[in-house]
Design a protein around this ligand. Sequence first.
Ligand code: DP6
Length: 362
Amino acid sequence: MTEKDFIPKAYSQSIENGTVTWESPSNIALVKYWGKKKDQIPENPSISFTLNICKTITNLTFTQKERDNDFSFEIFLDEEKKDDFKPKIETFFKRVEVYLPFLKDFHFQIETSNTFPHSSGIASSASGMSALALCLMSLERSLSVVEVTDEYFNQKASFLARLGSGSASRSIEGDLIVWGKTDVIEGSSNLLATKYPYQVHEKFKDYQDTILLVDKGEKQVSSTVGHNLMHNHPYAQNRFQQAHDNLNALKLILESGDLDKFIALIESEALTLHAMMMTSMPYFILMKPNTLEIINKIWDFRKDTGLHVGFTLDAGANVHVLYPKKEAKVILEFIKDELVAYCQNEQYICDQIGFGAKLINN
Ligand code: DP6
């Protein structure tokens, strides 16, 4: 598959106006995407669990207009106009215009809301960009004469979402999703995310993710700035190779259900991501003291109980606590009794693996 496959031939249908609503989930990477080339091409492959509770719901209203040289749109978050989001959407529209040539024929009203608090430090770009990409795909489907198959719809939605935000490519389908070409995963691609194609032990099928909101402030470093710090980074090439190796190792782990190895791999990935930030120039520490307190408590608890609780991190201070459903009762008690105190306003979100985006209304 190449970029050209996503350039539509011609649209024959004409639509004056309409509205479409999609709900799209966030995701948490197990092997992290960190570093990108031109055109949102990842430097290394990544894999994520699709989440179920943390979602963005986007309602796209489109009204035909006289075609001119400008994109015309307004964006609202929780019914409040958000002009500060406009540059990001404008950049996205510019990147995808060649694949969605109808963009300048419509005025768009984008109304969006998240199921998680906006200032929670949880990245909304994955769920937000994928929800928008899906809404635009629904419009394309209505404009097309030729039938748009569900397979093509999801592939192109992931392709478009990637051009908005890399991790958004992994938020179209569930439950384990790969993005980035690697020889060890058949069908993997730099252009779009695909479902993990191999056998997965049932222990991973209902994995739980409790997100501890340690720091709800604005991200200290935007992910785009973070990715760029991998250019000329002294450890970049080794890190990119390590991601391939970790995906290969994860294949066996996912098949065998070896939770100890799983935990070792995801924790190492999380700490490597942070190590990359600490060893770039300029350098950043994205963890907070409470992030470390939580990590140490998890390690002590695991040692004392032998239970399979592990953590991963995104590019911030929040901690994702991952564990199998079978052990959820005791681990959740531990989280509430010992970890939640380290969260800002004692806030946390219980999530679990989900199965991808949903069309709400068309
Ligand atoms: C640390 O997808 O937010 O969460 O492509 O610049 O929008 P852009 O970056 P983004 O990066 C996410 C990085 C990460 C790891 C991951 O999700 O794989």
